[in-house]
Write a new protein. Structure first.
Length: 153
């Protein structure tokens, strides 16, 4: 899933569950902010590694237990992992979902496309259309909220 859509989805989830939108967005940004530079610098081989591993829950769960801010960040982080897993499955690369257990297992045939080139690979894939639906739904919610405020004024 594209980075901006992760942020949007986390924000929508946070609004729905009445938690901090800002911290959910921060949590949703972290997996890519950690893993993309690591792979770009050649420190790891995959663009989905430590930040995308569900095993990082050993850190995230205690953070969530700190309070509402931690819960919001954890929800954002977890939503990023979930949406990336759904994305690879939708695009016919279910084996890539093994990133969820990195480093215990790694995808057997990862794409290994850097973020910029990935965008063009990704366009018109099945998951891309899911993202279009998410953005369209968010736009509809924004228009509805705007109209509601306009009518109330
Ligand atoms: Zn990601």
């Amino acid at each position: 899933m594209l980075f901006a859509t992760h942020l949007l989805a986390a924000g929508l989830l946070a609004r729905r569950f009445r938690t901090s939108v800002g911290w959910a967005v921060v949590g949703a940004a972290l997996p890519d902010l950690v893993d993309k530079p690591l792979a770009s610098l050649g420190i790891v081989d995959l663009f989905h590694s430590v930040g995308h591993s569900a095993l990082l829950a050993v850190v995230v769960v205690p953070v969530a237990l700190l309070g509402r801010v931690g819960v919001a960040a954890a929800v954002g982080w977890a939503s990023h992992l979930l949406f990336d897993a759904v994305h690879v499955v939708l695009n016919g690369r279910a084996g890539d979902a093994l990133f969820l257990v990195w480093p215990l297992a790694v995808p057997p045939d990862p794409l290994a496309i850097p973020p910029g080139a990935f965008f063009f690979y990704y366009l018109w894939s099945p998951s891309f259309f899911v993202e279009v639906a998410i953005w369209t739904g968010a736009a509809a919610l924004a228009v509805r909220a705007w109209r509601g405020r306009a009518e109330a004024a």
